[in-house]
Design a binder for this molecule. Sequence first.
Ligand code: FPP
Ligand code: MG
Length: 322
Amino acid sequence: MEKILTLIEKDLKRLELAIDTLNETKVKVITNIIDHIIKSGGKRIRPILLILTSKLCGYKGKRHIKYAAVIEFIHTATLLHDDVIDNAQLRRGSSTANILWGNQASVLVGDFLYSKSFELMSKEGNMDIIKTVSNATTILSEGEILELIKTSDTNLTEEEYFEIINKKTAILFSAACEIGGILGDISKAKIRRLSDYGKYLGIAFQLVDDLLDYVGEKDTFGKQVGTDLKEGKVTLPLIYTLKHASEKDSSLIKENLYKREITSKDFKTVKNIVEKYGGFQYTHNVTKIYIEKARKCLEGFGPSNYKDALLSLTDMMLTRKV
Ligand code: FPP
Ligand code: MG
């Protein structure tokens, strides 16, 4: 990661400045909430992707910074909303905005960031980018709703799960990379490859996220582990295990998934069952497949430091603990 951060060091500094100035408002509570979540050590993966892909395509202007900030704003808006929906307590190692300011304020500040993003994009006036982002946010909302209605559905198939993560997570990764391509003014076919790269990387990101929700360390992950089980979210490690487990083990999983409150003993019980049937190993193996797919999408691009950085991001995805 250090190498990537050095490669685009100046742009990342400009990004932080843009984040600070573009969301200005006289309503103090909005600034406080945005500062709380945006400055709490997010990985900035989506803006980094936008910056790297624009540079990969030879873009020499300054607009990528503004769009990178917009993508981070939209991501932040979704996190504010998502933490209300999930009733989350901890994000990036700090109490969530919903815990500190309440659900109403969190949702409204999410709305503010979301509208601000479209305001900024409309000022720029690039219709292709507006289309990409508006399509992404519509799909994102669909994904989140789909996930909501599938809560505690132990019949959820792997196909349905992939539809959810594709929509709720991969689409914004994909949009970020697509914007890089649009700015670089490359061919439609090449933009498509960048957008696919983002999609596969985004899927891998969510797969690892769902894995870390079981096997991660709270202090490094920055989020509580075990929340998916507690919230009744059926993710790949569980889908795989439910398909292969004995009647008795399946029932034990289901019983805990339906509970509103789970103890750390309940969590361990489920975790051990998933481990026993290889659900974590399977999720890891599937992640590797998506990482490989992502890498393949970059094959048509000539060698450059930016390409190397995008490739190394795929490896980091696989080993991330945060
Ligand atoms: C995180 O998933 C959630 C998302 C990536 C998408 C959230 C989307 C919305 C709330 C919909 C629409 C909002 C706008 C502004 C368009 P997770 O709960 O698995 O991850 P986590 O563990 O980080 O919370
Ligand atoms: Mg969540």
